[in-house]
Ligand binder design. Structure first.
Ligand code: SF4
Length: 310
């Protein structure tokens, strides 16, 4: 039996968890591959205009998996507890896919902690749907959880090492499904590197600490994923030189949260970049180049002042 994993949205948060779980149970997984023009065009075709770019891309990935696997994994994520909600898109993807494609076998699990739907319960249910015992499914889940935690810790540590660099460092504040998507965020971080700066990623931090620090910007924010990202600004602001808020069009949560960041976090130069399906690279590159120039001028100025004081 083969389980299909769309390489979009929560894949970038749970890749190791999902793959380890299914492999431990003896199943194969197939991933939809990187986003490209065709995936995007298919996604746009199967979405309503008002959908955000990442959810359109998700639809393109689901489409590309049809006929290549027995099930496609699409979880329904609502919340991780009280005041830890997520964007409604993560609740709705299952139903959107189910109502759009006729020939898709969806494998799902629910995550809505306030309603007693915990992750572990969902994974045991999935294992049972696939014919495995609750005990075997539980073992597979625990092993998968450990593997994901170890992977995340190593990534955080690797970034902590990179943060020691003397080079100019830009914090990319963006959802992982935007930052690491080959078609949306990746060309931007690649360009930053070509210009000699280092991208630092807001999702590669200790999430418990960043959640706590997010309260310095807002203690009433609703969306967990956004809280983790803004907490990273507070955690890293003394180690970075500028901030790029990278958002996909049209995103309700990000448009509100970015405004909040721009008003409340004024210590560092910040640029707000919104990507959409018609994005041209030339305009973006000019904006990033100018932004880096501004940061460099600011640093040079600071150095001059410090020399005068000494
Ligand atoms: S947070 Fe924004 S980009 Fe992410 S799924 Fe929701 S609307 Fe789309």
């Amino acid at each position: 039996m083969v389980i299909g994993l769309p390489k979009a949205m929560l894949y970038y948060r749970y890749q190791i968890l999902w793959e380890t779980f299914f492999h431990e149970l003896g199943f194969e997984t197939v991933t939809s591959g990187d986003t490209n023009q065709k995936v995007l065009e298919d996604g746009v075709r199967y979405s309503i205009d008002e959908s955000c770019l990442p959810s359109k891309i998700f639809m393109g990935h689901v489409h590309s998996l049809i006929g290549k696997c027995d099930y496609i994994l699409i979880p329904r994520v609502v919340n991780y507890g009280y005041c830890k909600e997520v964007c409604v898109k993560f609740n709705a993807l299952y139903d959107i896919v189910n109502n759009t494609f006729e020939n898709v076998n969806i494998l799902d699990y629910n995550l809505s902690v306030t309603q007693g739907e915990k992750e572990q319960k969902g994974f045991i249910k999935m294992g049972m749907i696939l014919g495995k015992s609750p005990l075997r499914s539980l073992h597979a889940y625990k092993k998968a959880k450990k593997a994901q935690a170890l992977h995340d810790t190593l990534k955080v540590k690797e970034q902590e090492r990179i943060l020691e660099s003397e080079k100019l460092k830009l914090l990319i504040v963006s959802h992982p499904y935007i930052t690491y998507d080959r078609f949306i965020g990746f060309p931007i971080t690649e360009y930053i590197q070509r210009l000699g700066a280092i991208p630092i990623y807001a999702d590669l931090i200790n999430k418990k600490e960043s959640l706590k620090r997010s309260e310095e910007i807002s203690d009433s924010l609703y969306w967990l994923y956004n809280k983790e990202l803004i907490g990273a600004i507070q955690l890293l602001e003394d180690k970075i030189d500028g901030i790029i808020l990278l958002t996909a069009f049209p995103c309700g949560p990000d448009s509100l949260v970015n405004e909040l960041i721009l008003r409340k976090s004024k210590k560092l130069p910040t640029i707000n970049i919104i990507v959409d399906e018609l994005q041209g690279e030339a305009g973006l590159q000019t904006r990033i180049e100018s932004f880096l120039d501004i940061i460099q001028q600011r640093l040079d100025q600071k150095e001059k002042i410090q020399k005068r004081i000494v």
